[in-house]
Write a protein that binds this ligand. Structure first.
Ligand SMILES: *[C@@H]1O[C@H](CO)[C@@H](O)[C@H](O)[C@H]1NC(C)=O
Ligand SMILES: *[C@@H]1O[C@H](CO)[C@@H](O)[C@H](O)[C@H]1NC(C)=O
Ligand SMILES: *[C@@H]1O[C@H](CO)[C@@H](O)[C@H](O)[C@H]1NC(C)=O
Ligand SMILES: *[C@@H]1O[C@H](CO)[C@@H](O)[C@H](O)[C@H]1NC(C)=O
Ligand SMILES: *[C@@H]1O[C@H](CO)[C@@H](O)[C@H](O)[C@H]1NC(C)=O
Ligand SMILES: *[C@@H]1O[C@H](CO)[C@@H](O)[C@H](O)[C@H]1NC(C)=O
Ligand SMILES: *[C@@H]1O[C@H](CO)[C@@H](O)[C@H](O)[C@H]1NC(C)=O
Ligand SMILES: *[C@@H]1O[C@H](CO)[C@@H](O)[C@H](O)[C@H]1NC(C)=O
Ligand SMILES: *[C@@H]1O[C@H](CO)[C@@H](O)[C@H](O)[C@H]1NC(C)=O
Ligand SMILES: *[C@@H]1O[C@H](CO)[C@@H](O)[C@H](O)[C@H]1NC(C)=O
Ligand SMILES: *[C@@H]1O[C@H](CO)[C@@H](O)[C@H](O)[C@H]1NC(C)=O
Ligand SMILES: *[C@@H]1O[C@H](CO)[C@@H](O)[C@H](O)[C@H]1NC(C)=O
Length: 766
């Protein structure tokens, strides 16, 4: 059966490739975007690839066949193989190209940049055709909050890199939130709200994800400028075009029901209820007003929204809509009849505006608020939507807390197995290889499974790229990927140097069997370092579950030897590895983790010194010296690589200001506040903390200095430790720092020598 299909493809593409050679430019416009991708990323070999798209029958899974047609091509073209990629979808063709580039040419594209152009000048031939088929219809990408934690200030070139990264890996269903506010504001204006009323509702550029979720409303630090709204809309038009060119179907926004408070003044009879309080924010910033979907106005606004969206981006781009009403937001009533009524009316509004609408929702609530979302309530809520094809649920945290079993495969509705892994763009090294390779296959094979996709839903994209790669690779592999084999080839292409020293691979194998083999259920997701938390006498170390700080592995037998192996590899390659940006990134990242872990024992020493009744103030000062020195060292380390710079984040925010100083300050305040206080007065302080050069030295270190100062003073005065006084000190530092816009953020040691810096730190902290 399979070989017959292969043979058919083979014959079809052979014929097609002759046709392509005859014409100067590719004729098939639906793969034109892939030819553009070649021009963008591999211009020197852009003419060595042919995409041969044959339309699928609508139900077939994405598949491609690679073959070397160089023996059939006669022209002056030099450079080895000519690769034909036969496929039944544009996405499959993109994945086919990726498969050839990664597996045969040893190059890849990363969050740190594209290295695809480093492929061999003579393309390696393929002795026999290679056919692969995706296990699932959808390869999904994005969490709603990734748009704020990572992409809030992305310009189009950053988007372009990420979209190419996704398309090549075979992602075909990305969320597309950018520019949402432009259309929503038009809808509100049409409904009769004035700009001041709308302005009270919209949140700042770094916080839009939670406004879209109905968790927060309004903005601290100023109201949302119209310039931002229209710039993002323009950006979205480019993103939308590129998404389509790359064969991906965008998941489009829709009207969710969250409205400005003033809506009920204009429509006093409308059915409006307040959502719940989120993150400890005061009422003015949360308890968003929710227009209940059974109110006829809901359908009116939905139609208005979707019509405007179609007018902006075109019809039939996608019929899949993201729509979350109860993400970390309690329903007004737990009555199953009410919940069913809500979803039924919501879906009816979508279908009235788009007869082919499919409703996609994040399933985080079913885990995070499992006590509320009993099977009866979930069944009622999902049951309000007729048919199984009409919904897609993202099983958001499948690698740790899958809900598909508890919820009987979402009672038949389509769902996607998603890897969440990262909270708030936190940066600890961590992964659970077994669960992201074995578990999606188990879910797919489960009796009665209605799983239709595999995807990535990290809150932020910060390091640990390997654990995301492997899931998207697993989507094309019918058996669980073998970790040791995977790491070996992954490292070979990540550090694309001739004769890669074995110690580089060994370093990663060691990390693979330890930090990327985390079987501890209480520390799943990026492990946060306590140095990023507001200093306090208690409550920092060994936190588990959400944003864990418990280091689940022994640093001395994992990070330390891995770092030394990377250094050995670098020495052995005569420094060639140091010119590879990904190697440099990893060297800094592993050293960062070493220092972050070492901080814990320095902190614990400081606390026990303070706690001892016989301690003198000067003994506290002495105990603080190595702790503060570590922060200085860490900052210098991070400043050797721009991927770890605070200024990269702040500059990307300011870049949207067009040189307007007060607008730049507003944007920078947003950027600063998100990664520090996260709220006007530290509502979820340090949730989205980062280990970035400039932030460690300019923010975390002053906090620890203030803490030490407090401990010394309290010992001096003989007054007991006062936790709330310390919190107040930290809050004041945060409020001040967030407003220090326009200031220099860490230039000492910028781009200092990585090799010298890491070697020195490895010897100090090993
Ligand atoms: C579509 O293709 C798939 C896979 O090749 C096959 O299993 C299925 O029967 C086909 N469906 C139709 C309607 O031809
Ligand atoms: C609201 O309902 C009341 C009572 O049914 C009615 O008298 C009033 O006209 C309605 N107001 C609006 C604005 O529809
Ligand atoms: C929602 O909250 C606002 C602000 O506190 C309040 O004025 C309003 O009455 C609330 N609405 C409902 C329906 O409870
Ligand atoms: C806000 O939500 C909380 C529940 O989370 C509720 O107790 C409170 O009454 C709400 N406030 C308003 C004004 O709606
Ligand atoms: C969108 O697709 C529908 C059929 O699904 C078709 O009737 C309609 O004309 C299309 N609209 C446009 C603008 O292509
Ligand atoms: C939903 O509830 C509203 C208000 O109670 C009611 O008018 C409507 O008929 C209900 N709709 C469905 C589908 O049950
Ligand atoms: C791996 O997945 C299984 C099945 O869902 C789950 O029971 C287990 O707790 C997961 N492992 C960890 C460490 O989270
Ligand atoms: C993975 O591959 C390695 C090397 O080929 C082999 O030794 C190991 O047994 C494999 N692991 C599993 C779980 O199959
Ligand atoms: C944290 O856990 C480690 C080992 O897991 C233990 O040695 C240490 O005492 C714990 N610290 C606290 C404060 O609980
Ligand atoms: C790890 O190594 C450090 C530095 O050599 C040493 O101080 C510490 O005791 C070691 N920790 C463990 C758990 O072996
Ligand atoms: C220090 O003292 C606090 C209470 O004052 C206590 O909670 C904490 O466990 C102590 N820590 C150490 C390391 O002794
Ligand atoms: C886009 O943003 C990146 C990262 O902030 C920056 O390095 C780059 O210069 C920007 N590109 C353009 C064209 O502005």
């Amino acid at each position: 059966m399979k070989s017959t299909t292969d043979l058919t493809f083979f014959l079809v593409f052979l014929t097609a490739s002759f046709i392509y050679r005859a014409s100067a430019a590719p004729q098939d416009s639906s793969v034109a975007g892939l030819y553009s991708l070649l021009q963008r990323r591999i211009p020197s070999h852009a003419n060595s690839f042919y995409f041969d798209l044959t339309s699928g029958n609508g139900t077939a899974l994405d598949t491609f066949t690679l073959s070397d047609v160089s023996s059939h091509v006669h022209d002056e073209e030099k450079g080895g193989a000519q690769i034909n990629i036969a496929c039944n979808s544009v996405s499959a063709c993109a994945r086919g190209l990726y498969t050839y580039l990664t597996e045969f040419c040893n190059v890849d594209i990363y969050w740190t940049g594209s290295r695809l152009s480093h492929l061999p000048s003579s393309l390696p031939s393929l002795p026999t055709p290679v056919t692969r088929t995706s296990l699932v219809k959808y390869r999904y990408f994005f969490n709603t909050v990734t748009f704020s934690y990572t992409a809030a200030f992305y310009n189009f070139s950053s988007w372009s890199l990420l979209l190419d990264w996704m398309a090549l890996r075979g992602v075909n269903l990305p969320l597309a939130w950018v520019g949402y506010e432009y259309i929503l504001i038009e809808v509100f204006r049409e409904a009769g709200l004035n700009d001041a009323q709308i302005g009270d509702f919209m949140s700042g550029p770094a916080f839009q994800a939670w406004n879209r979720f109905g968790n927060i409303q309004g903005g601290w630090g100023g109201s949302l400028p119209t310039q931002w709204v229209s710039d993002q809309f323009e950006l979205q038009k480019k993103i939308m075009t590129r998404i389509q060119e790359l064969g991906m179907t965008p998941v489009l926004p829709s009207f969710t029901g969250f409205v400005p408070r003033a809506f009920s003044n204009i429509y006093p009879n409308a059915s409006i209820v307040n959502g719940s309080q989120w993150g400890g924010f005061p009422v003015m910033y949360t308890n968003d007003s929710f227009l209940e979907p059974f109110d006829p106005l809901f359908a009116t606004l939905q139609k208005s929204f979707i019509d405007k969206q179609i007018a902006a981006y075109g019809a039939n781009i996608s019929h899949i809509y993201t729509l979350d009403q109860y993400n970390e937001n309690d329903p007004y009533s737990g009555d199953p009849g009410y919940l069913q009524n809500i979803s039924s009316a919501t879906f009816a509004s979508l279908r009235a505006a788009d007869p082919e609408a499919v409703w996609l929702m994040q399933g985080w609530l079913f885990y995070a608020d499992e006590a509320f979302w009993t099977t009866e309530r979930v069944q009622a809520y999902l049951g309000g939507v007729p048919g199984n094809e009409s919904m897609i649920i993202l099983d958001l945290y499948s690698e740790v807390q899958p809900q598909w079993e508890r919820l009987s495969s979402y009672y038949g509705k389509q769902w996607v197995w998603c890897e969440l892994h990262d909270y708030g763009g936190n940066m600890g090294l961590e992964g659970n290889f077994v669960n992201v390779t074995v578990e999606p296959l188990r879910a797919l094979g489960a009796p009665g499974s209605s799983m239709v996709g595999m995807g990535l839903t990290p809150e932020g994209l910060e390091g640990n790229e390997i654990v995301y790669d492997v899931l998207l690779d697993q989507a094309w592999n019918p058996t669980p990927i073998n970790r040791t084999e995977y790491i070996s080839s992954w490292v070979q292409r990540r550090y694309n140097v001739p004769r890669l020293p074995a110690s580089a691979v060994d370093a990663w194998q060691l990390l693979g069997e330890t930090v990327y083999n985390n079987q501890d259920p209480s520390t799943q997701s990026t492990v946060k370092s306590i140095l990023e938390l507001a200093p306090a006498l208690t409550g920092l170390v060994n936190l588990t579950v959400h944003s864990p700080t418990l280091v689940f592995y022994d640093t001395n037998s994992t990070i330390v030897p891995a770092l030394h192996m990377l250094l050995d590899a670098s020495a052995e390659s005569y420094g060639a590895l140091l010119s590879i940006p990904e190697f440099k990134y990893d060297l800094v990242d592993v050293t960062r983790q070493l220092l972050a872990n070492r901080f814990i024992s320095l902190y614990e020493s400081l606390v026990s010194v303070y706690n001892s009744t016989t301690t003198t103030p000067s003994q506290i000062s002495a105990a603080s010296v190595p702790l503060l020195q570590l922060l200085t060292d860490l900052d210098a380390l991070l400043l050797t690589d721009p991927h770890f710079h605070l200024s990269t984040w702040l500059d990307s925010a300011r870049a949207w200001s067009g040189g307007n100083a007060s607008y730049a300050a507003y944007l920078e305040y947003n950027a600063r506040n998100q990664i520090t206080l996260w709220g006007p007065t530290g509502q979820i302080s340090d949730y989205a903390s980062k280990q970035w050069g400039g932030l460690v030295g300019g923010y975390y270190k002053p906090r620890w200095e203030a803490f030490v100062g407090y401990l010394v003073d309290s010992k001096q005065a003989g007054t007991p430790y006062n936790a709330s006084a310390v919190l107040d000190i930290m809050l004041a530092i945060g409020e001040r720092w967030d407003l220090e816009t326009g200031s220099e953020v860490g230039s000492v040691g910028v781009n200092g020598d990585v090799w010298e810096t890491v070697r020195a730190l490895a010897s100090t902290y090993s």
